[in-house]
Write a protein that binds this ligand. Structure first.
Ligand code: 0RA
Length: 646
């Protein structure tokens, strides 16, 4: 096309394209979920998803992601490159269509597994619409092509800027700070976690993440390369690495069932928790769905059949349920579905019916073979299932105790709870406070209208290392259940948490700002993560932040939450102030605690959220599990980052 004709076509078409792009800018949350930290990172995932698509098609094996100094992002891949030829229907370069047309998706062929619901798969055009500036460079057909955009608007028609034998796509974008008003600062860790996950889910692809904002001690940019030859098999070892294995090998399969690509990997450990992770088209399906049901069904029927045939269950008097087969199980299920239907609260539950039997069959075949070939492992697994069933019966009894009214308490509430007078749960808060003495101060300092106090005795049980019935028998934990008004079992799901009668919409963990305090905080969070995940997901869990210092000069009093603040206040007061370092909540009087930590007008509460359930799972098992070395490594690694952040 001549330069002239190109320009003409371009202007005529741009009118229609802009409508969709404007809509993205007006309602960004509809496309990327939110305009906070999550949405900001989704922009990167969106572009990388396209590169991964190329990789899944066998056209690309290398992807680079760079966080530039100004927080703009550059992604490079060695795929086919976005097509640049004339798009017949639109009358402009295909590159421009891909970049400026919402819903064009980009792919003109049907055989790629593009995601139609969920948060990904909205197309690079969305990223373009939400960027103050974007530049696309395409290596294709022996040439280098380029086009730039501002807030989704094309700055000039696609042009050739050079020659090259390579193929691939380079995209550099700057998130629009008038859209992402909260922050446009990228988190290296968040991106690294996702790139690692993608490399496990798409074996063979090499993904490099580089942070040009920071250098290491050798003067080189922080950078990591993720590559997995074994895929899910390696992912499982990474996830379960800090748990003690029950069997040595990872059981895995990869194949296609009824036209649906299915990948499964699983391993048993000696622990008591069930860790199932599922993915559809590389997206973590937190709420599970038909693929996970298929996995459970395949696992239960196959193991049951094997156990029955082996005669190992002959003398077992109690009944064995599906749950018993999954104690100490860590598994990942990954499927690719052409037109996925996403359901559920967060649209992360797969609805496609046909997937259940595909996964179930795949798991049955995989497990049947494995059990036949590894009779010793099979025996270990069946023994564990028997123990699990036994423990479950004990747990059921203990759980009943949690629900039954405690005769020692008033109105069914724990005696240690100092309740508030307000009856509307949406207005109520409960503070879980470390120790009786701090509990006493909090009780005096609170606003009893809407704030309740539940003191916890010292270190609460480490649920990561305890069997379920021990958890439900634990006094402090029983108190938490009854105080919160939370029970187990809904009409739909006997194991789900029932939040209908939740008595406080804010549950605030308040611990000392020291090492012990943060350990207790982690113990409580571990309990919430394993046993009350829905409470976190509902946005009900918060962490209080007591100050570290009190500065006094004459009658003037100021609080500081970190060293930087302390120094700044010291300067403001022209020096000469006395500094008191709070070692614990107990050193504050009731008034100080109210002023700094409990009064909604001045306090800072940190809301707890689960950004990446798979990674959280690994971190909790590492922090609270048996093995010390990985824990030390984690703490040291994060200490390094903490330094860089300053
Ligand atoms: C549209 C069609 C094709 C590939 C792509 C878009 C594509 C998009 C991105 C975004 C980042 N990297 C990408 N790589 C490719 C198919 C190409 C063909 O049929 O030749």
């Amino acid at each position: 096309m001549s330069e002239e004709a190109n320009k003409k076509m371009y202007s005529a078409d741009s009118i229609q394209a802009l409508e969709g792009m404007e809509h993205v800018r007006m309602r960004p949350s509809m496309y990327i979920g939110d305009v906070g930290v999550r949405g900001l990172h989704h922009l990167v995932y969106e572009v990388v998803d396209n590169s991964i698509d190329e990789a899944m098609g066998g056209y690309c094996d290398s992807i680079q992601v760079i966080i530039n100094e100004d927080n703009s992002i550059t992604t490079k891949d060695n795929g086919r490159g976005i097509p640049v030829d004339l798009h017949k229907k639109e009358g402009v370069s295909a590159l421009e269509v891909v970049m400026t047309k919402i819903g064009a998706g980009g792919k003109f062929d049907k055989d790629s597994y593009k995601v139609s619901g969920g948060l990904h798969g909205v197309g690079v055009s969305c990223v373009n619409a939400l960027s103050s500036h974007l530049k696309a460079t395409v290596y294709r057909d022996g040439k280098i092509w380029e086009q730039e955009y501002e807030r989704g608007k094309t700055l000039y028609p696609v042009k050739s800027v050079g020659e090259s034998k390579e193929t691939g796509t380079v995209v550099t974008f700057m998130p629009d700070d008038t859209i992402f008003t909260q922050t446009i600062e990228y988190s290296y860790e968040t991106l690294a976690n996702r790139m690692r996950e993608l490399s496990f889910l798409n074996k063979g692809v090499t993904i490099t993440l580089t942070d040009k904002r920071h250098k290491d001690d050798k003067g080189e940019f922080i950078s990591e390369t993720f590559h997995s030859d074994e895929g899910l098999k390696e992912f499982i070892r990474f996830l379960d690495g800090t748990r003690e294995p029950l069997i040595q090998s990872v059981i895995s399969m990869e194949g296609e069932k009824n036209g649906i690509p299915v990948e499964v990997a699983m391993v048993y450990n000696t622990g008591y928790t069930e860790n199932l992770h599922s993915y559809v088209n590389n997206i973590n399906t937190h709420e599970g769905g038909t693929h996970l049901s298929g996995f459970r069904r395949g696992l239960t029927t196959t193991l049951k059949k094997y156990a029955d045939n082996s005669g190992m269950l002959d003398k077992v008097k109690f009944e064995i349920s599906g749950d018993d087969f999954r104690e100490g199980l860590t598994a990942i299920v990954s499927v690719k579905v052409a037109e996925p239907q996403f359901e559920g609260q967060t649209k992360t539950k797969l609805g496609n019916r046909e997937v259940t039997s595909a996964v179930s069959q795949a798991v049955s075949e995989m497990l049947t073979d494995y059990l036949e070939e590894h009779p010793d492992d099979a025996k270990q697994i069946v023994e564990k299932v028997k123990l699990a069933a036994q423990a479950r019966h004990a747990a059921a009894k203990a759980r009943e105790m949690v629900q039954r009214k405690n005769p020692m308490s008033v109105g069914g509430l724990p005696g240690k709870l100092s309740d508030c007078s307000e009856q509307d749960p949406t207005k109520c808060e409960v503070f879980l406070v470390e120790g009786d003495s701090a509990g006493g101060t909090a009780k005096q300092g609170r606003d009893r209208n809407f704030q309740a106090i539940l003191p916890l005795r010292g270190k609460i049980l480490n649920v990561e290392k305890a069997m379920q019935h021990k958890v439900f028998e634990n006094e402090e934990i029983k108190n938490i259940y009854t105080a919160l008004g939370v029970t187990i079992g809904t009409e739909e799901d006997s194991k789900a948490l029932n939040l209908d009668k939740l008595r406080y919409h804010k549950v605030v963990i308040m611990c000392d700002a020291d090492v012990d305090g943060s350990h207790i905080e982690t113990l409580i969070l571990t309990f919430f993560f394993r046993y009350m995940r829905e409470l976190i997901e509902g946005g009900h869990v918060y962490i209080a932040t007591p100050p570290l210092y009190l500065l006094k000069k004459g009658s003037k009093k100021r609080y500081a939450w970190n060293d930087k603040e302390r120094d700044a206040i010291m300067k403001e007061m022209n020096g000469g102030a006395s500094i008191q370092r709070y070692k614990g909540l107990g050193e504050m009087n009731a008034e100080q605690l109210w002023d700094t930590t409990m009064n909604p007008e001045f306090r800072t509460l940190r809301q707890v959220s689960i950004d990446n359930a798979t990674e959280s799972d690994r971190i909790f098992s590492m922090l609270m599990g048996d093995e010390v070395p990985p824990r030390r490594e984690f703490i040291e690694k994060n200490a390094v980052y903490a330094n860089i952040d300053v």
